[in-house]
Design a protein around this ligand. Structure first.
Ligand code: NG6
Ligand code: CA
Length: 524
């Protein structure tokens, strides 16, 4: 007969073994690390896995070729702030009144709203953001950009109040002041004796300080402004807005890629013992394009190409860190971009002149700011070493769907109203994608369903002259079939009357009654 104590310890060891295995299994299968790598203004055709051409992005290509490459992956919007809002909350950005590109404005995510990092906190994830934020800071009301944020004390609410327990960010964009990094609400390296003053409207006030601006002192700039961008000159680059003080805290533009990469690596190393979520939001290839000198000239396309090569390099370095920390088997990586491409976005930087035969739009029509496909259709990749099999998907998926898919991945029930759980598509390339989707560009919206896209009538310029992009504005409904006509050359609205009506109906059903004021909108 077995000795009682012996039997007891035997049973306990077996239990410990089972529990041990169980927790291990949970960690790797249900609570993997999740990294969303998010570029800024990178086009559908800028990634060489999407379009073989002169520009090479080997590190992004690795994720695309060894993971799932979505050919119909969408950002919610054709500009940055709305897309980021939608990605993090799983909600359509047009549900938020007037949500547009933020310039010094307050936080647009309500602290009561669900976000991906907030959701993951329920499963004890560590949650961090490193890079561009552009969702506003502080709770000041009044006109965005009128100096409502005080950068000299801890800024709140911000990323840390909507779910991130670590944030190391630039507030808006690289072309907007203040040109400083903010970590967990505090400006990094700020000397209290040299406080920061920012404003976006009062050039006169700034002139009174006797500080140089792009408008008055073009001789002091190393990068010339083309439109906008004639405020404070910092590191030779004229910016949007005016800034005084904070000299110790100013970032170095050419070191930005290295800086964010370093912070992202440190974050991974610090948190590797726990499941973690990292939102790594690169600043490239948004303007001003300031490659580190070691990337200068590598693309032969001027700074825009060079910073894409720089971003691709940084992604490769991040990958190496995951590899050397043995985290690859346990980490889901999603790669995408916040909106489509633009060449001249306000500086003379040779983006147009040196483009050669490279096509950032990858054959799509429009670009950043546009309701045509190139505005919102972006590179979209899922990668998980050893778990996701290489594949290509032609199913429609949006960044709005990431929150619900991630919720499913970690075994939570929360679902946002606008998003759809596409975990099976993201991990196994199985199942159907979206049937329909609302596309947004600077608060205008269009409707995608099946192979079709319908753009309602909008007043306003058809081409934004400064950036030379077709915005999708016209005084009539437009209808395109993307299967037969991927570059939206043939408007079928006059021929496919029944389809057009069906599309308008579907559109209004989601957009709601506030949309019945469109000129010419015919419901039946
Ligand atoms: C626009 C800027 C543009 C860019 C954009 C935001 C001007 C004339 N243009 O207002 O350069 O900064 O805002 O881009 O100032 S986004 O990718 O962050 O949405
Ligand atoms: Ca952007």
């Amino acid at each position: 007969m077995m000795n009682f104590n012996y039997a007891k310890s035997f049973i306990i060891s077996i239990l410990i073994f089972i529990l041990g295995c169980e927790s291990n299994k949970n960690y790797s299968n249900n609570d993997p690390n999740i990294i969303i790598i998010y570029t800024d203004d990178l086009g559908y055709g800028d990634v060489s896995a999407y379009q073989k051409g002169t520009l090479k992005t080997p590190n992004i290509d690795k994720l695309a070729n060894e993971g799932i490459r979505f050919n119909f992956g969408y950002a919610s919007s054709a500009t940055c702030s709305p897309s980021r809002y939608a990605l993090l909350t799983g909600k359509y950005p047009w549900r938020k009144d007037g949500l547009r590109v933020i310039t010094g404005g307050s936080l647009v995510i309500d602290t009561t709203e669900m976000t991906i990092p907030k959701l993951l906190k329920r499963k004890n994830y560590r949650t961090g953001i490193v890079g561009k934020w552009h969702l506003g800071l502080g709770s000041g009301d009044g006109v965005a950009g009128s100096g409502i944020i005080d950068y000299n004390s801890t800024i709140s609410p911000g990323p840390n109040e909507v779910g991130f327990d670590y944030s190391h960010i630039m507030a808006d964009t690289q072309d907007r002041v203040p040109t400083v990094y903010i970590e967990n609400g505090d400006v990094v390296n700020l000397d209290p004796n040299d406080p920061i003053e920012v404003n976006f409207f009062h050039q006169k006030k700034h002139d009174d300080y006797g500080l140089p601006t792009g408008l008055k002192n073009p001789e002091l700039t190393t990068m010339k402004w083309h439109h906008g961008h004639n405020g404070s000159i910092i590191n030779g680059v004229p910016r949007i807005g005016y800034m005084k003080g904070g000299n110790n805290a100013l970032w170095s533009d050419i070191d930005m890629a290295d800086h964010f990469l370093q912070k992202a690596k440190e974050y991974i190393k610090r948190n590797k013992e726990n499941p973690f979520f990292l939102f790594y939001t690169l600043q490239q290839p948004h303007v001003p394009r300031t490659p580190h000198p070691r990337f200068e000239g590598l693309s032969g396309m001027g700074p825009r190409g060079d910073v894409i090569i720089e971003a691709d390099w940084a992604i490769g370095e991040l990958y190496k860190t995951l590899e050397s920390e043995n985290l690859l088997d346990n980490t889901l990586i999603i790669f995408s971009s916040d909106n489509g491409p633009v060449l001249n976005d306000g500086y003379y930087d040779d983006a147009v002149e040196k483009l050669g035969d490279h096509t950032p739009k990858g054959g799509l029509r429009g670009g950043k700011y546009s309701l045509f496909e190139a505005g919102t259709r972006v590179p979209f990749i899922s990668y998980w070493k050893g778990k996701i099999k290489p594949g290509i998907s032609n199913e429609m998926i949006s960044q709005i769907d990431l929150l619900n898919s991630i919720s499913k991945l970690v075994g939570l029930d929360y679902r946002s109203k606008d998003g759809i759980d596409f975990l099976d598509l993201i991990l196994n390339n199985k199942g159907k994608g979206r049937e329909e989707l609302i596309l947004e560009a600077s608060t205008r919206t269009a409707y995608r369903k099946g192979d079709w896209v319908m753009i309602p009538p909008y007043k306003g310029q058809s081409i934004a002259k400064n950036v030379n992009i077709e915005l999708g504005n016209s005084l009539e409904f437009k209808l395109y079939n993307l299967k037969d006509d991927p570059s939206q050359k043939n408007d079928l609205s006059k021929i496919e009357d029944k389809k057009l009506k069906e599309m308008i109906k579907g559109f209004v059903k989601i957009r709601g009654k506030e949309f019945t004021n469109i000129k010419n909108l015919v419901l039946e």
